[in-house]
Design a protein around this ligand. Structure first.
Ligand SMILES: [Mg+2]
Length: 391
């Protein structure tokens, strides 16, 4: 069955939250700054029109834009508002995937009957009720897959930029072709820089150019992710809305190397970085993994991977680093040229207090403390403050 998926996204979220507290800011050029007033992380439409860039360092922007009001951010307050919005979304459907502090995907399939109105009308109700009850403006993108819903949401935002008051935007079947023709493939959600430059090499400019490619070609160049993307763009939902209440099935991270690699130390370092990112996510979600796999992809797209089960479920880097080193020793071949590596955590379970105390020796507990401190340092000083060495 075709899915009907909506992406609800708050407009200029942090600025909107500030305006709730201080209505005198409405209509003015306002920006909210990151931790320690480092850089701009949210802009009002007025500030956007004046040309303040997202991520602009405060010490430059404050001199460049003297009329803009810059405010220090208050993350715990924004989280509180975010929670109220997300709770409101659950009034419409249990299938809510909270994607970030100000975005959530909703699977609305079948709700036309429940609400006895069209899907657009449901979206209008979502927008109105959040505005009336919480005071925040949201935009809603409506379509048949997450990728198209995201695209629809971007379109709504584009119209608002040129002052057209359009809060919800639908991409129906008849509009898919036209919308994809008008969208650069690099702007599609999930298309990273590496993929975009690869597609550019083959003169694939628009999202429509991309879906016209043969499956065989896509699979060869972009793997399954590419094929999934094509289907999502054509309106076939491949990545379902995952109810945030139930744990995800796997967490994985992989990335292409900057250049093709034969150097094992380099590969191990990249792998360590992916392991850290996976572990960080596990800790954020309060999950443990009891099965991991390490993947290497060769220059000619051959995938080699080894999966192992763990005796004790974990979410700390240190044990996984040892295992991954052993797996890499098995996978790596001296004269092979590699293009990417990845790390995947499977068989995820929710970390209960009991599990932690039953399974963990002092050594493990120390490692957990270390990992948590690491997360805190990153929060404070930014990503890559610590990197894992290779022995
Ligand atoms: Mg937003």
């Amino acid at each position: 069955m075709k899915r009907v998926i909506a992406l609800v996204d708050c407009n200029n979220f942090f600025v909107s939250c500030e305006r709730l507290l201080k209505p005198e800011l409405i209509g003015k050029a306002v920006c909210v700054l990151s931790n320690n007033d480092g850089c701009v992380v949210s802009r009002s439409n007025e500030a956007k029109r004046m040309g303040v860039e997202m991520g602009a360092p405060y010490f430059i922007a404050k001199n460049q834009f003297k009329k803009v009001i810059f405010l220090s951010g208050n993350l715990s307050y924004y989280c509180e508002i975010s929670k109220r919005i997300m709770d409101k979304l659950y009034d419409f459907t249990p299938d809510v995937e909270v994607y970030s502090i100000d975005e959530a995907f909703l699977d609305l399939t079948g709700l036309k009957k429940t609400f006895n109105c069209s899907y657009e009308k449901i979206c209008e109700r979502i927008i109105k009720e959040i505005k009336d009850e919480i005071g925040i403006d949201v935009s809603v993108g409506l379509s048949y897959s997450k990728v198209l819903a995201k695209l629809a949401n971007d379109k709504a935002k584009d119209l608002q930029k040129i002052k057209i008051d359009k809060k919800n935007y639908k991409i129906g079947f008849r509009q898919i072709k036209q919308e994809l023709q008008g969208t650069l493939v690099s702007q599609v959600w999930g298309v990273g820089k590496n993929t975009a430059s690869l597609l550019k090499k083959y003169s694939i400019q628009s999202a429509w150019d991309f879906v016209l490619q043969e499956d065989i070609w896509i699979k060869k160049n972009l793997g399954k992710t590419g094929l999934d993307l094509k289907q999502e763009l054509l309106g076939n939902s491949i990545n379902p809305v995952q109810n945030t209440d139930s744990p995800p099935k796997t967490i994985s991270r992989s990335e292409s190397f900057k250049e093709f690699q034969t150097n094992k130390t380099y590969i191990q370092k990249e792998l360590n970085y992916h392991i850290h990112r996976v572990c960080k996510k596990l800790r954020q979600e309060n999950l443990l993994t009891s099965c991991i796999s390490v993947m290497l992809r060769t220059k000619d797209f051959q995938i080699q991977s080894i999966k192992i089960n763990l005796v004790n479920p974990t979410n700390t880097e240190f044990e996984l680093l040892e295992h991954s080193k052993n797996i890499l020793d098995l996978l790596y071949e001296k004269n092979t040229v590699y293009r990417s590596c990845g790390f995947c955590a499977m068989k995820l379970t929710i970390a209960t207090v009991q599990q932690i105390s039953i399974f963990n020796s002092t050594k493990t507990l120390k490692r957990q403390e270390l990992s948590k401190s690491w997360d805190k340092l990153e929060e404070k000083f930014g990503k890559n403050i610590i990197t894992l060495g290779v022995k």
